[in-house]
Design a protein around this ligand. Structure first.
Ligand SMILES: Nc1ncnc2c1ncn2[C@@H]1O[C@H](COP(=O)(O)OP(=O)(O)OP(=O)(O)O)[C@@H](O)[C@H]1O
Length: 530
């Protein structure tokens, strides 16, 4: 018997789904899956990209109909499937997706009330009373968020907290006993460690009231920290359910992938002996202030810091995608003012950028996988003034196999792929061009543990062939796995550098936290080569 079941002897599950199957055309993406979550439990949901997690959640939301035979029981009561529109909310099932679903231009309070106003025909709102009530609600969770603040002005952590509190309040509206299920679908990407801690504190408070939480994530450390048990899906099948505190990270990885994998680790090397490929000098932008550093040929350089420290502005400034008010970039010895840099000029100089916004800035959702993948090399596929689709499809299929894109169907649109698989396509798109500098913003967010190792190996391979790689990320573990050096940013400046064997997840986390009290060093010797 699991720890949770023992904690609640004789209690009915908050949610029990059985015989859950789902077919899209000829592919069976969920096959007779069972999921059981107890009241007061935080239950993880894991699986490789495309394993069926989102499909399961969309069935709970009433967005997809399951195959006949599926059963759902909540707190001992049978719930008819498919779930009609709006039924999930009434049953006390609430969702927080990665994009949080908040309206940035509205206040916290307006965002809290938006659902109620839309669904309850509320014409008159006593804003002052509602603001006082919102303050009380936040205080109950130990939060001091101003209800009149605009969402756009809040730090990312507080936005996530607002979205979670709002979802939980929806559950309390549906059931005064807090009986319900809160589904958090990858809510932590881009949050610094401190933010994740705050979010986890909130989750622990919520489950104390008896609500169950389903927590979807690719981060095994987070799953082990916050969940009681975790269910793993593999290729649409139930791979197993683990008691989180008893399972090791390796056991999780093995259940997710179906075999043992070793985590990729770039060999420790002294990159300062390599020639300098690119130099950023005195870069100043919205947050960045007078930042200078060099990237060596074939170096993998990490940029990190707490949210708002400016590290993630750098790739866009160097690429000319966001204006820099001052600074230059020196490419193979040729200097260019950043004020004149533009994406076409960057491409011409063999600089490539993979933004974090996959279906917005990075890829075109309604174009095919093949078109997205081959965009930078389309001229190679022109024959008699026309694109040779069959060769394009063949090449895209080869790349798809190499990067393990699932499903590997070049004619399918990019938007039909799961988030992680879309990222594999976009990574393949740039790596095949062997750029001088490849800049990546949060490259593995949403990418599963197996595919991550493949992408890391691909980056390492590209670096070995001379491509310099800049990775802006708050995923310290990933930086520790692949980087030769890591620059730590605070208040728009580089305040610390880690290199070689000194780089570890804990060392980066510690330096980022320490950076809060450090003043910037303007001339760190490891940053700017002598
Ligand atoms: N509307 C759809 N039409 C056709 N196939 C779909 C549709 N939605 C999902 N799929 C397919 O179903 C499978 C499961 O996808 P799902 O999005 O549930 O995976 P996931 O585990 O959430 O992945 P990720 O971790 O990348 O978000 C994938 O092969 C996906 O391509």
């Amino acid at each position: 018997m699991s720890a949770v079941a023992r904690r609640y002897p004789g209690e009915a599950p908050a949610l029990a789904m059985t015989h859950l199957s789902k077919r899209f055309g000829s592919s069976l993406v969920l096959n007779d899956v069972t999921l059981e979550v107890m009241p007061g439990e935080v239950h993880g949901l894991l699986g490789q990209n495309g394993s069926g997690k989102s499909t399961l959640i969309k069935i709970l939301a009433g967005f997809h109909d399951p195959e006949p035979g599926a059963e759902l029981i909540m707190y001992g009561e049978s719930v008819p499937l498919p779930m009609p529109a709006g039924a999930a909310r009434k049953r006390g099932i609430a969702f927080v997706h990665q994009h949080l679903g908040l309206v940035p231009s509205l206040s916290v309070l307006e965002n809290l009330l938006i659902g109620a106003i839309a669904s309850e025909d509320r014409w008159r709102v006593d804003w002052r009373r509602e603001a006082a009530r919102a303050r009380e609600t936040f205080a109950r969770f130990g939060l001091t968020i101003d209800p009149t603040a605009r969402i756009a002005d809040l730090p990312q952590v507080e936005r996530a907290l607002v979205a979670i509190v709002r979802a939980f309040e929806d559950i309390r509206t549906a059931s005064s006993h807090g009986q319900g299920v809160l589904i958090l679908d990858e809510p932590t990407p881009f949050l610094p460690k401190l933010g994740v801690d705050k979010l986890f504190d909130l989750v622990r408070t919520i489950v104390k009231e008896g609500t169950a939480v389903i927590f979807v994530s690719h981060d095994i450390d987070e799953i082990r920290e916050i969940t009681d048990r975790a269910t793993v899906l593999r290729d649409g099948n139930l791979a197993g359910t683990l008691t989180s505190r008893d399972a090791t990270a390796d056991e999780f990885v093995e259940l997710i992938i179906g075999r043992r994998v070793s985590l990729y680790k770039t060999a420790v090397r002294d990159v300062t002996a390599l020639s300098v490929a690119i130099s950023a000098r005195n870069v100043t932008g919205e947050i960045l202030r007078d930042v200078s550093f060099d990237i060596h040929r074939g170096e993998i350089l990490g940029l990190t810091g707490l949210i708002g420290s400016g590290f993630d502005e750098m790739p866009y400034a160097l690429y000319g995608a966001r204006p820099a008010s001052a600074g230059t970039v020196e490419i193979l010895g040729k200097s260019q003012p950043l004020s004149k840099m533009s994406p076409p000029a960057a491409l011409e100089a063999k600089l490539a950028l993979l933004p974090s916004d996959r279906l917005g800035a990075a890829g075109v959702g309604n174009l095919t996988i093949a078109e997205n993948m081959l965009l930078p090399v389309l001229q190679d596929f022109v024959r008699w003034f026309r694109l040779d689709w069959s060769r394009m499809s063949g090449r895209a299929s080869e790349l798809g196999k190499q990067y393990d894109v699932r499903p590997n169907r070049p004619a399918q649109t990019l938007s039909s792929l799961s988030g992680g698989n879309a990222q594999k396509v976009l990574m393949a798109k740039w790596l095949q061009t062997a750029p001088l500098l490849l800049m990546l913003d949060e490259p593995t967010q949403g990418v599963d543990v197996g595919a991550r190792q493949q992408l890391f190996a691909a980056l390492d391979h590209a670096a070995g062939k001379g491509t310099s790689i800049l990775v802006a990320s708050t995923d310290y573990e990933q930086l520790a796995q692949i980087c030769d050096r890591v620059l730590i940013f605070a208040r728009g400046q580089v305040v610390d550098v880690l290199a070689g064997a000194a780089i570890s997840k804990d060392a980066i986390a510690e330096r980022c936290l320490l950076s809060l009290g450090t003043s910037a060093f303007s001339n760190v010797p490891e940053v700017v080569a002598a």
